[in-house]
Design a protein around this ligand. Structure first.
Ligand SMILES: Cc1cc2nc3c(=O)[nH]c(=O)nc-3n(C[C@H](O)[C@H](O)[C@H](O)COP(=O)(O)OP(=O)(O)OC[C@H]3O[C@@H](n4cnc5c(N)ncnc54)[C@H](O)[C@@H]3O)c2cc1C
Ligand SMILES: O=C(O)[C@@H]1CCCC=N1
Length: 388
């Protein structure tokens, strides 16, 4: 390897966002290097695991609009690679009928004409057996929603990137970034130069941004990913048409609780709490707080009578949260050829293909094809810190 290899673009971080960005750049014939600190595939960031939810149901129109295009981009990748990445299951949204959050979900779906079925307390269990709908809760199903096969999706997009001539170097930690008209990136194994750099480093974003003099208001939390055993095997199975679900708020908490049908682990249903305890990404396994699991146990006992209310398997993952829970998709405030994709706040996987497209556009100096105003760095005015 030459000591200063030259690229059009270097993407730092081969999670879902970096991998889709690199793939989009390679599709536009840009000489692209994707750098990853761990040996791939790994389970130390935020994109690992077998499944993620994909949905159009959101509280804000702008996410629903982005998902309209994003479903098409997922389907394109499936066709291109000849791999199945999405399975439609529907998403059951439940929450206090009169609460702001539940009403926002319902209104966004209806305003955007997303195919939706509204259930009543009378017909709920005909459609959704083995779930107790709380008194006063509304329920509706976003028909377009389903499951993404996450590990498979990551492998597929990285493979397509390589087929297009892109280079992936894993087990290579980025140790320095020197801004300039040509950016210099140093790693544990070499030095590279590029016209632009995209930072998609997940929970490590601030560690990398420190080299560029910027700190974003990001909080990293560890999520206990819990799998719950069916009392009668198959009762919550994807083949029985059991949907993904999201409880906007409940007796146990004001935060969302969400789940996916049993499928990838036979007889086990994945159910998570949409919040965790603060962690350093390099010390994730030292964070042993289980208060999220206590909340889930009470919820499962109350509402999912067909599950044993004790997790059978607990895995770990991380969220990188912004204060408003919206993403950061922007150019660096001081260096227009350094692009940032960060703060995906526990809901970014489904957007991977469109985020890749947008970060690619930003890195090429093109006008982004979506309105990025909710995702700009300047919304944190007063909350960003200089790291110099
Ligand atoms: C439990 C859980 C459930 C979720 N459920 C859903 C869901 O149902 N639907 C949904 O849409 N989203 C969901 N999400 C969110 C989604 O998975 C994340 O938003 C997304 O994976 C974030 O991807 P990323 O590429 O930003 O981060 P990561 O996947 O963490 O990628 C960042 C990469 O950068 C690398 N890196 C960091 N620093 C360096 C360095 N110095 N040098 C080289 N490489 C570096 C890291 O090793 C890592 O591989 C969930 C997340 C979790 C944790
Ligand atoms: O993004 C998703 O769909 C999941 C479920 C709701 C909370 C966060 N992640």
């Amino acid at each position: 390897m030459s000591s200063k290899a030259e690229y059009d673009c270097i993407v730092i971080g081969a999670g879902v966002q970096g991998s889709f960005t690199a793939y989009q750049l390679a599709k536009k014939n840009r000489k692209t290097l994707l750098l990853e600190q761990f040996v791939l595939p790994h389970s130390r960031g935020s994109s690992h695991g077998q499944t993620r939810i994909i949905r159009k149901a959101y509280e804000q129109d702008f996410y629903t609009h982005m998902m309209e295009e994003c479903y098409e981009l997922w389907a394109q990748l499936e066709r291109e690679a000849g791999v199945k990445l999405y399975r439609q299951t529907g998403l059951l949204v439940m929450g206090p009928e009169n609460s702001q959050s539940y009403q926002l979900f319902k209104n966004t779906l209806q305003r955007n004409k997303v195919p939706t079925v509204v259930l009543t307390s009378d017909n709920f269990n005909q459609h959704i057996p083995h779930v107790n709908l709380a008194m006063g809760d509304g329920a509706l199903v976003d028909i377009t929603a389903g499951v993404l096969y996450a590990d498979r999706a990551l492998k597929t997009v990285q493979g397509q990137f390589q087929k297009l001539g892109g280079a992936i170097r894993d087990k290579e930690v980025v140790t320095d970034i020197k801004p300039g008209p040509v950016v210099t990136v140093s790693t544990s194994a070499g030095v590279y130069r590029a016209k632009s750099v995209v930072i998609t480093a997940g929970a490590w974003a601030n560690k990398l941004l420190a080299h560029t003099g910027l700190q974003l208001p990001l909080e990293v939390v560890k999520i206990n990913v819990c799998y719950w055993k069916e009392k009668v095997p198959g009762s919550y199975n994807v083949k029985q048409r059991f949907p993904c679900f999201l409880l906007t708020e409940g007796e146990e908490s004001k935060e969302h609780i969400y789940g996916l049908p049993s499928n990838e682990y036979p007889g086990l249903v994945k159910i998570c709490y949409h919040m965790g305890s603060e962690t350093d990404p390099d010390q994730r396994d030292k964070q042993t707080d289980r208060s999220d699991i206590d909340i889930l146990q009470r919820y499962v006992a109350r509402c999912l009578p067909g599950l044993i209310p004790e997790p059978a398997v607990v895995e770990s993952c991380m969220y990188t949260l912004t204060p408003d829970r919206h993403f950061v998709l922007d150019c660096h405030p001081n260096y227009s050829n350094i692009v940032i994709g960060a703060g995906f706040s526990g809901h970014g996987f489904k957007f991977g293909p469109i985020i890749g497209k947008l970060l690619c556009e930003l890195s090429l100096g093109e006008v982004p094809s979506c309105d990025l105003s909710p995702f700009r760095v300047k919304r944190f005015q007063g909350k960003t810190k200089s790291a110099l």
